[in-house]
Ligand binder design. Structure first.
Ligand SMILES: *Cc1c(COP(=O)(O)O)cnc(C)c1O
Length: 327
């Protein structure tokens, strides 16, 4: 059964992550690794936070976007790019395009956070809005791109995106050495796939957890059922992980690497955001707190361990951040 030829004979490898690291050097930031003795005491573990709120555009997505755009040929660069995104991928493509002098059009949902829309337009991209509950952004994106000859830059299901996202965990492991466990936020699976490639090469014994919103546990179900499960757009405060399904490429990597998939509820995300603000003094958006929310819920499993947590982004309007923590 499993020896039928794979449609992904050439899945990206750790070498691709290493090549991506070379290509983004000097363009993406090498983000800090944060620690807190109080968090360590609470969890009874040693926790290393890779702080992607300090990445350019405030999230890891700049890594994959810059890497992918830097690999376009001159003809593709002239015709421009198009991306559809709930926010961080949009900002990442917009900034990468501006830096590389490539025209960019971004499709954004009607209810995307104001700060994300403003930032995307601020980078010089043309923003087109759509209704995320009634319109299929992929279809809309393909139509628009075909009309203008633009290259679609998908948010996660692309080997160059996956390789670029893997550079965050590569940096983390190079800085702190081997880990026993690693917690990674999970939407469409680009970050988790890249993290798996980096961790399997640099920390082969590390147990890797992908954490998705409780309201949208399609990845957990996809691995359990061995097929890409599609769901309706989940209603969760984790707006960066409101994906309806894994990609073919990310599913193929997850299926091979078998990470443990966990979920976190909105209440757990808020509690994690509060702890991160209090002890680490860092603003983390709800999606960015998925990994830590799941780690906090497992002190027994993690006792005495060296634990990595990817804080994937920090883009949340200050008013919304305040309201979430107050609520
Ligand atoms: C996009 C995003 C994710 C999910 O990444 P995938 O590659 O889609 O799994 C997690 N956190 C933040 C902050 C994001 O912007």
């Amino acid at each position: 059964m499993s020896d039928s030829p794979s449609p992904h004979a050439a899945l990206p490898t750790y070498d691709d992550v290493a090549a991506a690291a070379d290509r983004i050097r000097g363009h993406a930031r090498r983000t800090p690794v944060l620690t807190s003795r109080l968090v360590d005491a609470q969890l009874g573990a040693q926790v290393f936070f890779k702080a992607e709120p300090f990445q350019r555009v405030g999230a890891f997505k700049f890594r994959g976007a810059f890497h992918t755009l830097a690999r376009l040929n001159p003809r593709q660069r002239r015709a421009g790019v198009l991306a559809y995104s709930s926010g961080n991928h949009a900002q990442a493509v917009a900034l990468a395009a501006q830096l590389l002098e490539i025209p960019a059009t971004i499709l954004m949902p009607h209810d995307a956070p104001a700060a994300k829309v403003a930032a995307t337009e601020g980078y010089g991209a043309a923003v087109v809005r759509f209704d995320r509950y009634t319109e299929d952004r992929e279809e809309l994106g393909r139509e628009l791109a075909a009309r203008e000859g633009r290259t679609v830059i998908p948010p996660y299901d692309h080997p160059d995106i996956v390789a670029g996202q893997g550079t965050a965990v590569k940096e983390l492991l190079e800085e702190v050495g081997e880990l026993d466990a690693l917690f990674v936020p999970l939407g469409g699976g680009g970050l988790l796939s890249g993290s798996l490639l980096a961790a399997r090469a640099l920390a082969p014994d590390c147990h890797i957890y992908g954490v998705e919103p409780e309201a949208g546990d399609d990845a957990r179900r996809s691995l359990a059922e061995d097929r890409i499960v599609h769901i309706a757009t989940p209603r969760t405060i984790a707006d960066g992980a409101q994906t309806q399904h894994l990609g073919e490429l990310t599913f193929a990597i997850l299926r091979r690497e078998r990470p443990t998939i966990l979920t976190a509820s909105d209440a757990e995300l808020v509690a994690a955001m509060r702890t991160l603000a209090t002890y680490l003094k860092v603003v983390v958006e709800p999606t960015g707190a998925l990994g830590f929310a799941a780690a906090r819920a497992r002190p027994d499993e993690l006792a005495g361990r060296r634990v990595g947590v990817v804080l994937s982004g920090g883009n949340v309007d200050p008013e919304r951040f305040g309201a979430l923590l107050a609520g």
